[in-house]
Design a protein around this ligand. Structure first.
Ligand SMILES: [Zn+2]
Length: 295
């Protein structure tokens, strides 16, 4: 899965790091990521690469985490403090020299990035970016927040309120009935491939409560024997995905919630389609575990 980056090691202990020219800098804008072209391959720019861009050369960065001894930074773009030049984001490619070209790419490039550890770093950096971006002002008194210098947090200089990165737990569940699994397709989403039933935990619920509620809401079915399978940090939706399998309990008549789903269908193991593009997701790992008789 995307987080399995062995032999590399993800280290999110908060450190105060001086940035080296070789450290990677993530730049996100409007659901896109800035990449640089080197030897015909698009990759994540280093501090040195970023320095070639007039818009960014004086911009500060925020230390996020490390992978091995490689520190990962985010370009700081707090509203009211520093702005990224928006004209730049509208350009398709920005050629700096014969060797260096920059362009914004869809975030989905991170799903199958080479090297893989940098893709995981990007998804995780995007989670932190979205949190920093939506916590620029104190939720209690409206004062612009300061970055804490001692921990990964923002702190209000007026009232002292301190806020920490938020992780939203969400479940994915493979519902099994007579050696078949229930596969779905989302309605009104850019992701058009098969998925399993999924949804965010609501306040006051256990994970099992969420599993039962989501299945009832989306397909009108009851389940029993809910069992944990695996989990995955998924920064695209600021979530931690927790995977379960469960057995149908009673009637198998599907009542589709057409606001959420375009289809829901029982699949035999051998009919589950393979999909190289999404092989690093927990959803796909669960589908393949069922297909390959591991469940
Ligand atoms: Zn405050």
């Amino acid at each position: 899965m995307i987080q399995n980056i062995e032999p590399h090691i993800y280290n999110n202990t908060y450190l105060t790091k001086e940035q080296k020219n070789t450290d990677h800098v993530f730049v996100f804008q409007s659901g896109k990521i800035l990449l640089v072209k080197k030897e015909q391959n698009w990759t994540v720019p280093t501090r040195q690469d970023i320095g070639a861009l007039k818009q960014f050369e004086k911009q500060e960065t925020i230390y996020l985490f490390s992978i091995d001894d490689q520190a990962i930074f985010l370009l700081k773009d707090f509203a009211g403090k520093t702005y990224i030049n928006n004209d730049f984001t509208n350009m398709k490619e920005n050629e700096i020299s014969d060797e260096t070209t920059f362009a914004y790419h869809a975030l989905s490039v991170l799903r199958n990035f080479t090297p893989k550890w940098l893709g995981f770093a990007g998804i995780t950096a995007n989670h932190l970016y979205n949190w920093y971006r939506s916590n620029q002002f104190c939720g209690c008194c409206g004062t612009p927040m300061d970055l804490s210098t001692t921990e990964r947090a923002v702190r209000c200089p007026n009232c002292g309120f301190t806020d920490y990165p938020k992780i939203c737990p969400a479940i994915i569940v493979g519902v099994i009935h007579e050696d078949k699994i229930l596969m779905t397709k989302y309605a009104n989403r850019s992701f058009k491939k098969y998925a399993l039933i999924a949804g965010f935990c609501e306040i006051g619920e256990t994970l099992e409560d969420t599993v039962r509620r989501e299945i009832m809401e989306e397909v009108g079915l009851k389940v029993k024997n809910i069992r944990y399978y695996n989990n995955q940090p998924w920064g695209f939706s600021s979530s931690l995905l927790i995977g379960f399998f469960a057995d149908l309990d009673g009637d198998n008549q599907i009542a589709l919630d057409t606001n959420e789903l375009a289809e829901a269908e029982w699949f035999n193991r051998e009919d589950i389609p393979e999909d190289e593009e999404n092989k690093l997701s927990l959803t796909y790992t669960m589908m393949m575990a069922f297909k390959n008789q591991q469940i």
